[in-house]
Design a protein around this ligand. Structure first.
Ligand SMILES: Cc1cc2nc3c(=O)[nH]c(=O)nc-3n(C[C@H](O)[C@H](O)[C@H](O)COP(=O)(O)OP(=O)(O)OC[C@H]3O[C@@H](n4cnc5c(N)ncnc54)[C@H](O)[C@@H]3O)c2cc1C
Length: 276
C-alpha cells in the first residue's frame, strides 16, 4: 500500500484508538504512541457495561485489546513510547515528535493523551482501585445497589456524583476536609436537599480496611481539626477530586486552560493547522 501522509496519534485510550481506526482505514500512514498506559484508563477497570455491542459487558483490558487489533487490521502501527515534545514548522506543515528514543516527522498529529484521575495518595491505594475504590461514579456506581458509599470531594463533581450515586446506594456519605466547598451554591444545595446524602465535613480518609478477599470494606476517618480518628465500615469509596490532563508535552505550544486542558480553536482542531 502506498501512503501519502504520515499521521501520529498520541495516546492509546478509546479516543486514540478510535482515531487510529479512522485514519488507518482512510489509508493514512498511522503511528500510535501508546504512552505509559497502553490502552488508557479502561485497562484499570473490570466490567464495562455501557459500551454498545457487548450486551453481557466486557472487561476493560479486553475491550482495549480489541480496539487496538481493529486499528492494526487497517495498518496502524503502535509504538511503546511516550511523547516528550512536539515542534512544528507551520510553513511546511511538518510536525516533529520527540519521544523516548528519537524524533519522527509527520504530516499531522492527533492528541488523545487523556487525563489521569486524582486519587487520595494513600500508601498502597493502587491495589484497591476497582476493588471498592473508584474515581468514576457514572462508570461504577451501578455495582453498589443497596450499599453504603463514601464520596470524597467538595466541588461540583462531588455534588453531582453523590446525587448520581443515590440512584443505587441506600446512603452516601460526602466527606470533605473543611466546611468550605468549591461547589456552586445550586449544586451544594441540591446535594444537601437529598436525604440519602449525609455531609461529614472536617474529615479525611487516612487508611483503608479490607475483607479477607482484599476488597475495601472500611476506612479510617480523621477529624482535620482535632486529629481524632475513627473507623467507619463502608462498601465503597468514590473520589471526585479532579483529573490531571496529560498535556505537559505541549505546554507553551498550544492554548490550554489553567488546569492544562487544551482549548480547541475550531471543533477539535487546535490553533496550529495539522494538530487536533
Ligand atoms: C477505574 C475506571 C473505570 C472506568 N470505567 C468506565 C466505564 O465503565 N465506562 C465508561 O464509559 N468510562 C469509564 N471510565 C472512564 C474512561 O476510562 C475514560 O473516559 C476514557 O478512558 C478516556 O479515554 P481517552 O482515550 O480520552 O484517554 P485515556 O484512557 O486516559 O488514555 C490516554 C492515553 O494517552 C497516553 N498518553 C498520555 N500521555 C502521553 C504521552 N506523553 N505520550 C504518549 N501517550 C501518552 C496514555 O498512555 C493512554 O494510552 C473509567 C475510568 C476509570 C479510571
Amino acid at each position: 500500500m502506498s501512503y501519502t501522509k504520515k499521521i501520529a496519534i498520541i495516546g492509546s485510550g478509546p479516543a486514540g484508538l478510535t482515531a487510529a481506526i479512522y485514519t488507518s482505514r482512510a489509508q493514512l500512514d498511522t503511528t500510535v504512541y501508546l504512552g505509559i498506559q497502553p490502552g488508557g484508563q479502561l485497562t484499570t477497570t473490570t466490567d464495562i457495561e455501557n459500551f454498545p455491542g457487548f450486551p453481557e459487558g466486557i472487561i476493560g483490558p479486553d475491550l482495549m485489546e480489541k480496539m487496538q487489533k481493529q486499528a492494526e487490521r487497517f495498518g496502524a502501527k503502535t509504538i511503546f513510547e511516550t511523547v516528550k515534545s512536539i515542534s512544528f514548522d507551520t510553513n511546511s506543515h511538518k510536525y516533529t515528535i520527540s519521544s523516548d528514543t528519537g524524533e519522527i516527522i509527520y504530516d499531522g498529529v492527533i492528541i488523545a493523551s487523556g487525563a489521569t484521575a486524582k486519587y487520595l495518595g494513600l500508601e498502597g491505594e493502587e491495589k484497591f482501585i476497582g476493588k471498592g475504590y473508584h474515581s468514576c461514579a457514572t462508570c461504577d456506581g451501578f455495582f453498589y445497589r443497596d450499599k453504603e458509599l463514601i464520596i470524597v470531594g467538595g466541588g461540583d463533581s462531588a455534588m453531582e456524583e453523590s446525587i448520581f450515586l443515590t440512584k443505587f446506594a441506600t446512603k452516601v456519605y460526602l466527606i470533605h476536609r473543611s466546611e468550605n466547598f468549591r461547589a456552586s451554591k445550586i449544586m451544594l444545595d441540591r446535594a444537601k436537599a437529598n436525604n440519602k446524602i449525609e455531609f461529614l465535613t472536617n474529615k479525611k480518609i487516612t487508611k483503608f480496611y479490607t475483607d479477607e478477599k482484599e476488597k475495601l470494606n472500611g476506612v479510617e476517618l480523621e477529624n482535620t481539626q482535632t486529629g481524632e480518628s475513627q473507623k467507619m465500615n463502608i462498601d465503597g469509596v468514590f473520589v471526585a477530586i479532579g483529573h490531571i490532563p496529560n498535556t505537559n508535552f505541549v505546554k507553551g505550544k498550544l492554548s490550554m486552560d489553567e488546569a492544562g486542558y487544551l482549548i480547541p480553536k475550531h471543533r477539535t482542531m487546535s490553533e496550529i493547522e495539522g494538530i487536533s
